[in-house]
Every structure is written in structure tokens, then in C-alpha cells.
Design a protein around this ligand. Structure first.
Ligand code: CKX
Length: 605
């Protein structure tokens, strides 16, 4: 069984997927005794905690909330007798940031990277028709050898704390659904699809990977459950007559059914939903199904009250409703791949996604927002830890693309957020990451990275690698804010003129721009932090965007207020949300609704 198996755990006549979500036993390991005291056989105490969730915000004491190190989870699970002879595994939606898994006291798997799923094979470790025990040691320490990057500080009292080189709280734990899965020994391991449009028809080129040699057949059903096309073989093409294309606001999904059979006998069956659409860059435009699309939307976070970064199906639903209400068509999964359920929802809603790997913090700074345009250099890419970081980053890019490659909603890969690109030492590193994305994506989606202010048209040493440019810019907030807004506009236009000279025939989008705003603050005339200032700032930004033809999208920072590390620049979190953390609109939400509902899909196309 491949441990990097990324197929979403689905049930079928040959497969089982049972939720393991619920209350698990839980303990911090403050004295680092779990290892020597054999907690792999059982976690001491009676403390229970929900899975999925971040562990931090349940507790009322600060030492637990800020705890940095190992935490232990445990639960019992029943393995039915009928599953004997099948492959059995535990699939974790994620464990942030790394995890050692034990089943019935035996080491079962180790996984690094806190935002992608992994499958732990347990076929030989479990007792059948009996209860079994899984224990997970999760570690949430940040370093420069793994993404996202950061450090750990040891306080004088001996306690550790997280020092992220990024601006979101270091939520951690078992934050996504966990499932007990079973499937046949010979099974579908992976599949991929890519599309060609042919007038009203479409060609769906597919490949299927299986663990055996029995024949494979595939079928495509439309939303009325009518057979639209079929083919046999591990590779082939489905000809779909009069194909209903997946498009913005029209999340039409076909069911793609894969079968492995031995004559009449079914061996394995796996079904998923796919959307037929193409994505490409043509000159200054991003094309969806051959037609320009202007991106309108947000940088987001998985972040909400109490569950922190834990997957919350209710918050997900509300977020999509808010995005539709406001007229958004796109979001970036800043700054890590999100829970798979969110992509499935975007597929269904016809919302576009720029999928970002957790490569954030590649600029040594605890307040990167304050230093974003300072010209500061930290020689990040010359550090001795770079080979280890690169290997991990490459693995995460591969796993993210392996997981998300078939989602119609995913239109591009964002391979870094705000890295330091002003030193030539970054270029070789970037080339490897960009090559990997192209190599593993069957659809060859456009690649980009989100550029910090320091990465300008004349300073960025990696811009040539992007299929479209993505800028995070804060003219009028971190730079020249308040009454200096008119100077901010001039400085902004000067930079934009530089990009026009450097790269006139490539789309440029804004992956961040925004102003912190208190939902309680109104002031006439405006001051920074008031709702009035947020709108003035946005009006200025949009005036600039609207005067450059190659600007192909605007993803404002952020969809909602979110939790960060505490500090003098953060009043209980980042307040750049257009919605509050409870998903209620600030005044700017109505401003955006008006603008986005009036911009045509092919604005500037
Ligand atoms: N960009 C100047 C990364 C985000 C932060 C955002 C902010 C910065 C700005 C960099 O993760 O939240 O400071 O609001």
C-alpha cells in the first residue's frame, strides 16, 4: 500500500470508509515523558478532545494554548471481521505539523507536513472483529527544515513557544477528518483526467493506476445519471458529445466510475466527480474554457472560533454562501492546502481556487508585514538547512498536486507565499519547485507565487518562472497610510509602470491587498482602522487595478478576520477581513458586492 495515496476515501460496493471523528483521549507532553513511559500503548489521564480541531482554543489557560512540543491523541476503533483479506488503513486528513502513529503499540507510520493527508497501512497490525487502539504523537514545532517555516524559542522558565515567520496562529493537532478505510488488495490507487474541447464536444483523457493487472474500465455519467461515455484500459479517451462544461458559477459535475474486474467478477470500484473544463494563459488573459475570466475574491484561511484551523463543515457552508452573495468567483488557499471537503464544495459551486502549498515564511522575519517593503535581506536561501527544506517542499508540492489534480475548481498552483527573492541564491531553489509542479500536474496548470513588496520588477530574481504574476501589495496600509493615501497611489502606479515595462504580456493578479479594520469603528472623516478608511483604501487600489489592462484579478486580503500570534501590530488577530471572524459583513462587503456584481466575467478580456 502506498502511504502517499491521495485518493479521497470513498465508499463503493468494494470499499469502506468509516469516520473516526469524535472525542479522542488527549495529553500534552510537557515533561517529554511520553516516549520513555510508553504512551504509545495508551495515553495517561482522562482528558478528551474533539477530532477534527486545533487543540489550542478549547483551553482557558495560556500555557496550554501556547504549548509547543509533542501532544498525544488516542482512540479505539473496531475492525469488522468481514474486512479480513482486505487492505485496511487509517487515513488522516492531516496532522499538524508531523506525526508518529502507533497501532496496538506498534510503530505504524511517521509523516511530516501538516496540511496534507496520509494513509497509514494497518492491515497486519490490527485484530479483526475486535477493538484496536491508535495513538498519535503530533508535534507542532516550527523550523527552517519544513514548511511552513519558523522557529521555537525557549523561555527562561523552560517553556517553549512558537515563533512563526508568518502571520497566522500556529494552530495544530488533528485538524481534519480521520477515516478508517478498507479496500481490496488489488485496487485503484490513483487516477487523473485532462480535457480537450472540441466544439460542443469534449475529450476526457484519463489514466488509472492500479495495484494489479486485471482489466480496467471507466464510465462517465452525467447529472441525470445517463451514461455519457465509456472506455476500457488503464489509459484512454472518453468522447463526450455535447459536453456540459464546468464553469464559474456552474459547477456541473460528471461522475467518473472506475472498475477493475475479472470477467464478470468485480474486484474494485471507485467513483469520483469531475468537471470538464480547460485552463490556460493566453497573453494577458487567464482563460477558462477558452474565454477570459477576471478573478474576483479572496485570500482565505481555515480559521474560526473555538475549533481554530479544525475543519468545520458549518463554517465551510457559510463561507461559500458569503462568497456567492458578494459576487466572488475565486479564492487562494493561503497559506496551505485546505481540507479536501472545501475543494469538493468549490467544484460543486463553480468557484475557482488558486491552490497554495504551505511554503510560507521563507524570509526570516517575525513581522514580515512590517518588513515587506523595507528591502531587508535575510539570505534565507543560502542557509545550510536549504537542502532539507527543499526536499520537504518538493514532497509537499507533489502530494498537493497528487491530491488536488482532478478538481475542476483548481485553476493554478501557488508555490510560495512572500519568499525572499531579491538574492540570486533563490533562483535555483525556485526552478526546482516550478519544474516539479509542471512534471506532476497532468493538466499543466499555470504556476505562480505570491510576491512580497520587496520583490519588485527590478529586484525579483524569480519572476520569470511565473505563468502569471501574483502581487501582495499594501500601498496605503503598511506603506503611506492615512492622509498619505494620495502618495501611496502615486508610488503604487510607479511600481505598476515598472511591471508594464518588465512584463507587459503576462497576466498579473493581486493575491493580497487590504487594510486592517475594526468592525466597531466608524469615523468621519476616516482614520486608519475605521470602516470608512477601508473603503477609501479599496477605492484607491481599484482605481490603480482598473487602469492597467494586464491586471487579471483581485483577491483581497482577507475573506474574514483571523487569529495570529499576539503582538503590538495585532489586536487579537489580523483584522483585514471583509467579513468578521463570525462571518458577518463589514461595510466594505457591500462595496465589494456592488463592484463585483457589476464587473463582467471577461472584464479586460
Ligand atoms: N501578507 C506585507 C501575508 C499574510 C499577512 C499579511 C498582513 C501580509 C502582508 C505582507 O499572511 O497576514 O500582514 O496582513
Amino acid at each position: 500500500m502506498r502511504t502517499c495515496q491521495m485518493l479521497y476515501p470513498a465508499e463503493s460496493s468494494s470499499r469502506r470508509a468509516v469516520s473516526m471523528d469524535g472525542m479522542w483521549k488527549f495529553s500534552l507532553d510537557e515533561r517529554q515523558e511520553g516516549e520513555k513511559n510508553g504512551w504509545k500503548n495508551g495515553v495517561p489521564g482522562r482528558e478528551m478532545i474533539p477530532v477534527p480541531a486545533s487543540f489550542q482554543d478549547f483551553y482557558t489557560d495560556k500555557d496550554t494554548r501556547e504549548y509547543t512540543g509533542d501532544v498525544w491523541y488516542e482512540t479505539d476503533f473496531f475492525v469488522p471481521g468481514e474486512w479480513e483479506g482486505m487492505e485496511v488503513g487509517i487515513r488522516f486528513g492531516c496532522a499538524t505539523h508531523c506525526a508518529q502513529v502507533y497501532v496496538n503499540g506498534k510503530e505504524a507510520a511517521y509523516h511530516e507536513g501538516g496540511f496534507l493527508p496520509f494513509l497509514v497501512p494497518v492491515t497486519e497490525l490490527v485484530a479483526y472483529n475486535a477493538f484496536n487502539k491508535v495513538v498519535v504523537r503530533v508535534n507542532n514545532e516550527l523550523s527552517e527544515t519544513r514548511i511552513p517555516c519558523g522557529a521555537v524559542k525557549v523561555l527562561k522558565n523552560g517553556k517553549k513557544m512558537s515563533k512563526p515567520y508568518f502571520d497566522f496562529y500556529n494552530y495544530s493537532g488533528l485538524q481534519r477528518p480521520v477515516k478508517l478505510v478498507a479496500f481490496p488488495r488489488e485496487h485503484v490507487e490513483d487516477y487523473s483526467v485532462r480535457f480537450e474541447l472540441d466544439g460542443a464536444d469534449a475529450l476526457v483523457h484519463y489514466t488509472v493506476e492500479t495495484t494489479g493487472e486485471h482489466p480496467v474500465s471507466v464510465e462517465l455519467y452525467d447529472e441525470e445519471q445517463k451514461l455519457a461515455a465509456s472506455a476500457s484500459g488503464k489509459e484512454g479517451t472518453l468522447h463526450v458529445a455535447d459536453a456540459h462544461r464546468w464553469d464559474v458559477g456552474d459547477g456541473y459535475l460528471y461522475e467518473f466510475r472506475i472498475r477493475i474486474a475479472d470477467g464478470e467478477k468485480l474486484i474494485d470500484e471507485y467513483a469520483d466527480r469531475i468537471g470538464i473544463r480547460t485552463v490556460e494563459i493566453a497573453g494577458r488573459n487567464i482563460l477558462l474554457n477558452g474565454r477570459p475570466v477576471y478573478l474576483k475574491g479572496f485570500g482565505k484561511h481555515e480559521d474560526s472560533d473555538i475549533a481554530g484551523r479544525g475543519f468545520n463543515i458549518n463554517v465551510m457552508k457559510r463561507d461559500f454562501e458569503c462568497m456567492k452573495w458578494i459576487g466572488a468567483n475565486c479564492f487562494r488557499t493561503s497559506h496551505y492546502p485546505y481540507s479536501e471537503e472545501i475543494y469538493r464544495m468549490a467544484d460543486r459551486e463553480g468557484i475557482l481556487i488558486i491552490d497554495e502549498v504551505a511554503a510560507v515564511g521563507m524570509f526570516r522575519s517575525l513581522m514580515n508585514f512590517a518588513e515587506a517593503s523595507s528591502g531587508k535581506q535575510t539570505s534565507f536561501f543560502t542557509s545550510p538547512t536549504i537542502p532539507q527544506l527543499l526536499a520537504h517542499h518538493l514532497q509537499c508540492v507533489e502530494d498537493m498536486i497528487c491530491r488536488d489534480k482532478n478538481h475542476p475548481s483548481v485553476i493554478a498552483w501557488s508555490l510560495f507565499n512572500e519568499p525572499e527573492t531579491t538574492d540570486v541564491s533563490s533562483t535555483a531553489y525556485f526552478e526546482k519547485i516550478f519544474e516539479k509542479a509542471a512534471e506532476v500536474d497532468p493538466q499543466k496548470r499555470p504556476r505562480t507565487f505570491a510576491m512580497i513588496g520587496n520583490s519588485g520588477p527590478d529586484t525579483c530574481k524569480c519572476q520569470h518562472l511565473c505563468d502569471f504574476l501574483s502581487l501582495n501589495r499594501y500601498y496605503g496600509w503598511y506603506l503611506l497610510g492615512g492622509y498619505e493615501l494620495s502618495d501611496a497611489e502615486e508610488a503604487f502606479r510607479q511600481e505598476m509602470d515598472g511591471w508594464v515595462k518588465k512584463s507587459p504580456e503576462r497576466p498579473l493578479i493581486f493575491t493580497e491587498y487590504g487594510a486592517d479594520t475594526s468592525a466597531a469603528e466608524h469615523k468621519l472623516p476616516s482614520v486608519m482602522w475605521s470602516q470608512e478608511y477601508q473603503e477609501e483604501y479599496l477605492e484607491m487600489s481599484h482605481r490603480v487595478f482598473d487602469s492597467y489592462d494586464f491586471v487579471a484579478g483581485e483577491l483581497v486580503w482577507n475573506f474574514a478576520d483571523f487569529q495570529t500570534t499576539e503582538g503590538i501590530m495585532r489586536v487579537n488577530g489580523n483584522k483585514k477581513g471583509i467579513f468578521t471572524r463570525q462571518r458577518q459583513p463589514k461595510a466594505a462587503a457591500w462595496y465589494f458586492k456592488k463592484r463585483w456584481e457589476s464587473l463582467p466575467r471577461d472584464y479586460k478580456g
